[in-house]
Each structure stands twice: as C-alpha cells, then as structure tokens.
Design a protein around this ligand. Structure first.
Ligand SMILES: Nc1ncnc2c1ncn2[C@@H]1O[C@H](COP(=O)(O)OP(=O)(O)OP(=O)(O)O)[C@@H](O)[C@H]1O
Length: 232
C-alpha cells in the first residue's frame, strides 16, 4: 500500500479531561476512497480537520507525502493546503459576488495553471452556468462548483465532510459518482465523512469511529457503483 497520508497516535482534547480523539493511528492508501462513519460526536470531523491541517492535534503526528505536517509552520501549512489539499463541506461556502467560474478559479494557487476550468466544468456538467452567481444556481449546482473549486488544483487529497448532506437523492448520486470519477481520473485520495450507509457502500474502505477511537476498519471487497445506491 502506498500511504500518501497517515496519522500516528493522534489525540485531541478541547476541554480538560475529555479526549475527543484517543490515539488514532491510520494509513490511507493513495488514490483510494475511504468513508468515515460513526455516531454524531464520535470525532469524525475533528479527525478529518486534523488530517487536513485545519486543526492541530493535542498530540501525535500527521504525515502527508512523508512530511510530518504537525511540525509545519503556519506558512508551510497554508502552502500545502493551497497547493495539494482540497476540502468540501456540507455548506458550499461560495463567494456570493463571484460567478461560478470566478469561484472555481479561487481554488487555484497563485501560480497555478487554469486550463482545467473547462475540463472540470465538462466533467461536472456545469459548463452552462459558469457565468452565473450562486443565488442563480440550485444546491446541486453550487456543490458541483464547490467541488470544481476544490479540484482545480488537482489536489492530492480531497477531504469531504458530509459533502452531500444538503443534497437530494439525485444530486447526491451524481456527486458521489463524480468523486469516484475524479479519483480515477486524477488519482485523488478521497476521505468522505457520511451518515449515509449507502454512500459508505461505494467506498473501498469504511472506517467507523466511536467515542474518539477507530471502532471498525473494513475493506470493502465489492464496492457498489454510485448509480446502484438505493435511497430508502
Ligand atoms: N471547537 C470545539 N470545542 C469544543 N468541543 C468541540 C469542538 N469541536 C468539536 N467538539 C466536540 O468534540 C466531539 C467530537 O466532535 P466532531 O465534530 O469531531 O464529531 P463528529 O463525529 O464529526 O460529529 P457529527 O457527525 O455530529 O458531525 C463532540 O463532543 C464535540 O462536541
């Protein structure tokens, strides 16, 4: 396994005597799609935010490409995040005064190339709305623009926190299918927090968090395709 990302004995404590993460150790294979599931409050978002460098652990290390990012300065971390890491949340966080295309370009590091706007727009089926503002788009379109913004720099890792939580069945399926497609096309490693067991069935690996620890870590030998997900 080529581990592009790993965490070693990560702990997180927000308040005294209450560990939200309890020595979590994980290796994530490059180019894989991993679902992170578990009850509310089990530490999923905290773990993801520590892996993506958004939050610092109380102890332990996070390695990306062999670099211990927990030792990075703020500037080094900002550089890594801007160049190599993408993040998608349930809220789309688009800039309301910018068009779809301008929002997508916001995801580029200063010196990055911009030829992929068209390519991504085609892939995400948003070519026709590139000139529109967020208020003129549906939720599904806004999320696809947010995904394009996260993908335009061709990130090494894409961190998704309930990225389809606000979408209906059809749009959720489209977004999950797209994430699998870009994973294959660009070799992006995808980490996807979800409460939806059907989405987890499309993942190659499912990590279940419970009370701040990895409760289960299961390789899914036969992931289903996004189109096969059944919505109750
Ligand atoms: N900034 C913070 N300050 C204090 N406590 C926090 C903070 N962020 C999270 N927590 C606490 O840490 C625990 C884990 O939260 P986290 O958001 O990581 O869980 P989660 O599994 O992602 O939950 P959900 O599925 O509801 O998003 C919770 O008890 C939460 O209240």
């Amino acid at each position: 396994m080529r581990a592009g990302l790993s965490v070693h004995k990560i702990t997180k404590q927000y308040r005294e005597q209450e560990l939200v993460l309890k020595e979590v150790t994980l290796e994530v294979e490059e180019g894989s799609f991993t679902a992170i599931v578990g009850p509310s409050g089990s530490g999923k978002s905290t773990l993801l935010n520590i892996m993506s460098g958004l939050q610092k652990p109380s102890s332990g290390e996070v390695y990306i490409n062999g670099n211990n990012i927990t030792r990075f300065s703020e500037k080094e971390m900002a550089n890594l995040r801007r160049r190599s890491l993408g993040q998608i949340f349930q809220g789309y966080y688009l800039m309301s005064h910018l068009t779809a295309e301008e929002n997508i370009r916001m995801g580029l590091p200063v010196s990055g190339d911009s030829q992929t706007v068209q390519e991504l727009a085609q892939l995400l089926d948003i070519e026709g709305i590139l000139g529109q503002f967020p208020r003129q788009m549906s939720g599904g379109q806004q999320q696809r623009v947010a995904i394009a913004r996260a993908l335009i720099k061709k990130p090494q890792v894409l961190f998704c926190d309930e990225a389809t939580g606000a979408l209906d069945e059809l749009n959720s399926k489209k977004v999950i299918a797209l994430l699998h497609q870009v994973r294959l096309q660009y070799g992006v490693t995808v980490l996807f927090i979800t409460h939806n067991p059907e989405i987890a069935r499309t993942a190659q690996r499912v990590i279940t968090m419970k009370d701040g620890s990895v409760h289960k870590d299961v390789v899914n030998a036969k992931p289903i395709r996004a189109e096969e997900m059944s919505w109750a």
